[in-house]
Design a protein around this ligand. Structure first.
Ligand SMILES: Cc1ncc(COP(=O)(O)O)c(C=O)c1O
Length: 381
């Protein structure tokens, strides 16, 4: 029997090898035929598939309790692949205002291609029936949402969507599969920016979409066509991140909860959004659909205006002033000036974000260090 050069004597490497081959030698025309006819899995060209990428797809599918998962270059590539795969000119897509800002830019492209888009506020999710039209094909939401951590009831939305033959897609980046598994709650597809908690180290960009085998095949067609296949190097970093993901998710949620409790009593914090707080409007639903905590991200308003928020952030020492979230480091930013720049000024605030709203993503630091940092910076405003 031929010896596999990667596993001589059967000693397998502990880490999935980084296969950086773009193309693969066909062992025979018969094997080529079987691969192209879909009779066997096989690697032929990187845009089609790659073994390092396939390894992380299987890990994420397990985490989301999905049949399969398709991984791609970024979270926005994942969202866009979903729209391109399932929407056509004339279809209606329901977007919640409370979703990551770059989706707004994609919505402009979709409108140019003939997709009809309805924007609704997540606070109105119970009225979803009012917005579903005969041509509605998809509802896309985040829960908790970016940046205001608003919570929508996935089971409720899924029931309404199914009644109307509409697809429900949930971006699970904020909750992560550690706390919430949307497919088990009735969503059709789950989307991730794996750049965030799944990767966890600010050193890779990736996106992931989990669902049925049929969804995998549909989305694979799009990925192969448009070429959004992840590099094997990023896939390898993602595999490393996934190994510690659960520990990090737990620690981040514990830190976020402690920070939310602390800030909710602070006189210079005029508003706080974190579904873990009993006073939060999303708490009851979050308690029902999330487990073992409420995620690592919270949003709060500092003082009275944007200058207060800027001064506060400038005085932080342990917490980094940077975008992104879900990493080992604790990160903070003002969405109005950063992640929401994708939106026209008047659209940045219509669903509840203020100019002095800051978004904090708790890292794995010692809780006391974070609270001390916040306390010191708040004294100076
Ligand atoms: C909830 C959510 N979805 C999608 C994205 C897009 O991810 P990426 O930056 O990997 O394209 C982000 C980015 O911040 C996000 O927060």
């Amino acid at each position: 029997m031929a010896c596999d050069p990667l596993t001589p004597y059967g000693n397998r490497p502990m880490v999935t090898p980084i296969v950086n081959a773009v193309n693969y030698e066909y062992s025979s025309f018969e094997v080529l035929r079987k691969i192209t006819d879909g009779e066997i899995d096989g690697y032929t060209y990187h845009r089609d598939d790659n073994p390092t990428v396939r390894a992380v797809e299987k890990m994420i599918a397990d985490m989301e309790e999905a049949d399969d998962c398709i991984v791609c270059t970024t979270g926005m590539a994942a969202c866009t692949m979903v729209y391109f795969t399932y929407l056509s000119a004339g279809d209606n897509l329901i977007f919640f205002h409370d979703i990551y800002g770059a989706n707004y830019k994609v919505s402009l492209i979709l409108e140019r291609l003939g997709v009809d888009i309805t924007w609704i506020n997540a606070d109105e999710y119970k009225d979803i029936n009012k917005y579903i039209k005969p041509n509605t094909k998809m509802i896309f939401c985040e829960t908790p949402s970016n940046p205001l951590c608003k919570v929508v009831d996935i089971q409720f939305l899924s029931k309404e969507a199914k009644k109307n033959n509409v697809m429900l897609v949930v971006d699970n980046t904020f909750a992560t599969p550690y706390h919430q598994k949307p497919l088990l709650l009735g969503a059709d597809l789950v989307v991730h920016s794996a750049t965030k908690g799944l990767g966890g180290h600010n050193d890779l960009m990736a996106g992931a979409i989990a669902g049925t085998k049929e969804h995998y095949n549909d989305l694979w067609f799009t990925r192969q066509a448009i070429g959004t296949t992840l590099s094997p190097y990023s896939a390898s970093l993602l595999e490393r991140g996934l190994k510690t993901f659960e520990m990090r998710a737990k620690r981040m949620a514990d830190n976020a909860y402690a920070i939310a409790e602390y800030l909710s009593k602070h006189p210079k914090i005029s508003r706080i959004s974190y579904p873990g707080l009993k006073t939060d409007p999303g708490h009851e639903v979050a308690k029902k659909q999330m487990k073992d905590g409420f995620g690592g991200i919270l949003a709060f308003d500092v003082g009275d205006d944007i200058e207060n928020a800027k001064n506060f952030i400038s005085d932080l020492k342990t917490i980094y002033h940077a975008v992104s979230l879900g990493s080992c480091e604790t990160l903070i930013c003002i969405p109005f000036l950063t992640t929401m720049l994708y939106l026209p000024v008047d659209r940045r605030t219509i669903f509840g974000v203020n100019k002095n709203t800051v978004r904090l993503s708790a890292g794995i630091d010692k809780t006391e260090l974070l609270i001390n940092d916040l306390e010191t910076a708040l004294k100076n405003i």
